[in-house]
Ligand binder design. Structure first.
Ligand SMILES: *Cc1c(COP(=O)(O)O)cnc(C)c1O
Length: 365
């Protein structure tokens, strides 16, 4: 028998989550965000499952885009950070990738490139995230320089990214939209009417009045809520990834004895401790604290002591009939990754995304 640590990826859940995107953003084309190996779910498998259900894909780098083309994913693919050097433009041309232009440097490189096939371009505007993007004036100039240029296919799409869409009611989001609208109005005065792209998952679910031509869902496709609080629509999402393993050892310890490295967990009563074959080498967060929930045969138990590289220990004293070989869910459809993340001072996004390669993935159609 092989090591029982594994990830299950439920592709049906993925497609159900797309239906929720469609319900929330019926007027928008969907750009499914597959960066970072589709948030740890496997970019090729996810792309194959989503083809035909979404309009196109987005990734963060040319390496990620090439990986999809090599797997015969021929849909449009957007590079969310554009090219990191002018050289990459040749690959974009050859493999037909759409480009974000977020800086003057990228703009000049594209305008000056010797190309035979024009590329679709998305102009990224910084409306308050202050990470990537042009300010209003730069964006206006960029749009004018790009329109009609021989290296550009059609008209550019205007995009921006929300910094705080997960905070419902936050004025920050309304202010960002106001900034974006100013640019749109400014361009309209010049008779320039461009398609737009605004919404990430938080905006799609939490800001129904914000509508653009191209929405860009990421985390909600994978069934995780972008919100830290309860949210009615987000609760309809189905987690796509389940991380599981099995109990490989069981022991009773006396009151006062400790478990794990650093002896940080001390039994306050005679205790039954189960060892699970999963650890931080398998993407389980080392800083998950004692008390983090774990499911054993569907029943809740608690992490006891520090997480090791390949194993962790749980207190199963209050559970009935636990035995070696029992299955353990670390997160998934019965235990939300966001709840586990809360105990490890992070967010579900990070837990699923940093899943290492050594954990085998099992896909269910
Ligand atoms: C990652 C990303 C998204 C998706 O964000 P989620 O919060 O996962 O929905 C959308 N747009 C851009 C530019 C991104 O980088």
């Amino acid at each position: 028998m092989s090591r029982p640590a594994k990830v299950r990826i439920d592709l049906k859940a993925l497609r159900q989550n797309v239906e929720i995107v469609k319900r929330c953003a019926p007027q928008s084309n969907i750009v499914a965000v597959l960066k970072a190996n589709a948030y740890g779910h496997g970019a090729i498998e996810v792309a194959e499952a989503l083809r035909g259900n979404v309009t196109m894909f987005a990734v963060s780098s040319i390496e990620e885009a090439v990986q999809l083309r090599d797997a015969n994913i021929n849909d449009n693919i957007l590079l969310l950070e554009g090219c990191f050097s002018a050289k990459e433009l040749l690959t974009c041309e050859k493999l037909n990738f759409d480009l974000v232009i977020h800086s003057d440097k990228q703009l000049q490189e594209l305008l000056n490139a010797k190309m035979t096939t024009p590329l679709k371009v998305w102009v990224k505007v910084d409306t308050g995230m202050h990470r990537l993007g042009m300010d209003q004036q730069q964006a206006e100039e960029a749009v004018n320089a790009l329109l009609g240029h021989h290296n550009i296919k059609g008209e550019p799409i205007l995009m921006t990214h929300m910094a705080s869409s997960d905070l419902l009611q936050a004025e920050y989001t309304s202010n960002q939209i106001a900034q974006f609208m100013q640019l749109i109005t400014q361009l309209q005065k010049q008779n320039i009417e461009l398609e737009t792209s605004v919404e990430n998952s938080g905006t799609i679910l939490g800001w129904p009045n914000i509508v653009s031509d191209w929405c860009r869902p990421g985390v909600m496709l994978y069934g995780l809520s972008p919100f830290s609080d309860e949210h009615a629509l987000a609760s309809k999402l189905t987690p796509v990834m389940t991380l599981e393993s099995e109990i490989i050892a069981l022991r009773t310890i006396d009151e006062g004895e400790c478990v794990g490295y650093g002896s940080t967990w001390k039994a306050t009563r005679p205790s039954l401790i189960a060892t699970v074959a999963i650890g931080y080498g398998d993407g389980y967060p080392r800083n998950a604290k004692s008390g983090t929930p774990v499911l054993v045969n569907g029943q809740r138990a608690c992490l006891a002591g520090r997480v090791s590289m390949d194993m962790l220990s749980i207190d199963v004293t209050d559970l009935n009939g636990v035995k070696i070989g029992d299955s353990v869910e670390l997160w998934g459809q019965s235990l939300n990754a966001n709840e586990v993340a809360y105990h490890a001072d992070t967010i579900g996004y990070e837990l699923v995304t940093r899943m290492p390669l050594r954990v085998p993935k099992h896909y269910a159609a």
